[in-house]
Design a protein around this ligand. Structure first.
Ligand SMILES: [Fe+2]
Ligand SMILES: [Fe+2]
Length: 354
């Protein structure tokens, strides 16, 4: 674009829109500094926030087992896994912030029930086999959903997904390994695994969202290349990936219509109970109230940590500003005298690290 076209207030909106469309068409990334239509920005904020909330709320069902894990090894693994999910939430809130969203505001919306999280986390975890099945199914479904998001058109979201997917694949394997171990155990353990599989199978298929003909936001997301595959296509991929794993594990999947379709080269399967999905999304699942209440109390309990971090950051900023006044990187002798020795040594250490 030439300066003559741009004018004093920058390029006109139709020109910016053309540039945006051309960037998407060339499969290039949109970055935070780029112009983007409001619809694209708002769709991304909604999707990324919902994804971040899911990671954070998703810590709860398995987190309940950290204190009751059957061995130190299982406890350490579960601890690390749940901590990874917290990290995923933080990357995603950061990605949402590059679009102008405010993290505190997003959390308020979640707690007030104005933003959603994945329906799957509203189901209970009554046995330790649930921990394994969540890893196998829920993290497995997350991989199907998220690997294509590594090529999402919005740069910060796509880059966050690369690391998240690596960790999700670890999560899936740890779940499967836990179940393999239980299946080599006693009859009671094998029954526990089968029972958890029976309870989680259908909710896991619902994780991909409503069927394509009833998915209001999908078309725009696909046109903008935020999303690369439809809900039904991703659900099919998950089924095709999971069936051979179930056979190897020695469990049955609770769907009498599930069979290999030679012609399609894919599995046929039954229809999830979409009424149940709608009920759970609207707050009527077994654990919705409990999950949101737990999130609310954790947020309130953590207020002092946020206040302390903000006070510390303000102090550091003020100190840095004070240092910059006489010249870059130097304090006046008077200021040095006023700085306690312990803080001076911290500053020196930071300087050495740079
Ligand atoms: Fe995650
Ligand atoms: Fe995960």
């Amino acid at each position: 674009m030439t300066d003559a076209q741009a004018g004093p207030a920058g390029p006109a909106e139709p020109e910016l829109h053309r540039h945006f469309d051309a960037t998407i068409a060339r499969d290039q990334r949109i970055e935070p500094r780029d112009w983007m239509p409001d619809g694209y920005r708002n769709t991304l904020i909604r999707q990324i926030a919902q994804h971040a909330h899911s990671e954070i709320i998703g810590m709860q069902p398995e987190g309940e087992w950290i204190t009751r894990a059957p061995s130190l090894r299982r406890k350490a693994i579960l601890f690390a896994k749940v901590q990874d999910e917290a990290g995923h939430g933080l990357y995603l809130y950061s990605a949402a912030e590059t679009l102008g969203a405010d993290r505190a505001d997003l959390t308020e919306r979640l707690i007030a029930g104005r933003q959603k999280y994945s329906s799957i986390f509203n189901y209970p975890t009554p046995t330790f086999a649930d921990v394994g099945v969540i890893g196998w199914f829920v993290d497995g479904a997350a991989i199907c959903n998220q690997v294509p998001l590594c090529r999402s058109s919005y740069g910060p979201y796509a880059r966050a997904m690369v690391r998240i997917c690596k960790e999700e694949s670890f999560h899936q394997r740890q779940g499967y390994e836990l179940l393999m171990t239980m299946m080599r155990g006693t009859d009671a353990q094998r029954e526990m695994v089968q029972d958890a599989v029976n309870r989680w199978w259908w909710p896991s298929l619902m994780m991909f969202g409503p069927p394509d003909d009833n998915s209001p936001n999908s078309a725009a997301s696909m046109a903008w290349k935020i999303k690369r595959h439809s809900n039904d296509e991703l659900r099919q991929r998950f089924v095709d990936m999971t069936v051979p794993q179930a056979e190897k594990l020695g469990v049955t999947l609770p769907d009498p219509e599930l069979r290999w379709n030679e012609e399609r080269g894919r599995h046929d399967f039954g229809t999830p109970d979409w009424d149940e999905l709608m009920r759970v999304i609207k707050g009527g699942g077994p654990c919705n109230a409990q999950r949101v209440e737990r999130r609310r109390s954790a947020h309130e309990d953590g207020a002092w940590v946020r206040q302390a971090a903000a006070a510390h950051a303000a102090k550091q900023q003020a100190r840095a500003a004070g240092r910059q006044t006489p010249g870059p990187g130097r304090q006046t002798p008077a200021a040095e005298q006023q700085t306690p020795a312990a803080e001076r040594s911290t500053d020196a250490h930071e300087g050495a690290a740079v």
